[in-house]
Write a protein that binds this ligand. Sequence first.
Ligand SMILES: NC(=O)c1ccc[n+]([C@@H]2O[C@H](COP(=O)([O-])OP(=O)(O)OC[C@H]3O[C@@H](n4cnc5c(N)ncnc54)[C@H](O)[C@@H]3O)[C@@H](O)[C@H]2O)c1
Length: 313
Amino acid sequence: MERLLITGVLGCIGAWIARVALDEGHTVIGVDVSGERHRLQRLGVDGRFALEDVDVRDRSGLEELVRQRRPTAIVHLAALQIPSCRANPFRCAEVNVGGMGNVLELARKFGLPLVYASSAAVYGPGPSGPLAEDEGINPHSLYGVFKRTNEDMARLYAHEYGVTCAGLRPWVVYGPGRDAGMTGDITLALWHAMRGEPYRIRFSGTVDLQYAEDVARAFVTAALNPKPGARVYNLRGEVASVDDAIKTIERLTGTKGLISYEPTPIPIAADLSDARFQEDFGPFPFRSFEEGLRETLRIWRDNPGSDERPKVL
Ligand SMILES: NC(=O)c1ccc[n+]([C@@H]2O[C@H](COP(=O)([O-])OP(=O)(O)OC[C@H]3O[C@@H](n4cnc5c(N)ncnc54)[C@H](O)[C@@H]3O)[C@@H](O)[C@H]2O)c1
């Protein structure tokens, strides 16, 4: 059994990774600064692991934590999302790039394998796909530039210091707990449709929809099976237009016309190949968007006390 140090554990993907890891019998040491425990509560893992209030910008705090808790692998997720990066680029660089630098130092100093969240935002709107990991890289946001920088830093830490790391690139993650960031709008649209309320998604175009639990399983799998070097991996759920995603939401909630969207597409290629991830860790099935939405509705309906907090950053 492993001891996973998870940064950003109070976020959507972090809470799901904690749940998947705990359910598999691993120990979790969680790091976050937000104090927001609603996702842990919704997934039934609040109080089931040690939660440390350490900022990923605080390298000595992180080192002290590793000395005390002795993790066997690191899963690094803590980051600010696209709207926060747009609003405050310098702070985003400190957290998203500085934090990654600190975590790479931890991996180097303590000889720990590292899995970190990159993003499909390293791609530009780009050529038609399916695109491999090194095709069409051209980030159109500072957030994507910082993620790309993280991948380059990881590559050089592997080359110079022998650090073992894997970077996973989620696209639109949806499901219970996904209430932050621009692409959280898909989950919030479902939440509002379920309640018979209108909602406007802030983007259009074609996206890759990945259920949060599947993404979490991908992170845990990569953390438990470290590969030498610093490979990056695309993930692939269901590629669909926002228009079609809305139709599926309407069908499953029995609503019509409540969900609308802004005409601006996200400037990221949607058709990405996950052949490398499948080759290294597969076969690894991602569920369909419809299955993921059904599961999301089931979890919300089975936990009537839980509340998908509409948080527009
Ligand atoms: N959700 C997606 O669709 C998606 C897509 C691509 C990449 N990613 C990446 O995956 C990771 C997790 O995404 P998420 O959706 O769970 O995001 P999230 O915003 O829900 O969670 C991020 C967590 O990091 C924490 N955090 C922020 N700054 C911190 C700091 N300085 N020190 C410690 N903790 C800090 C936040 O409090 C938050 O709980 C992020 O790196 C994100 O960029 C997410």
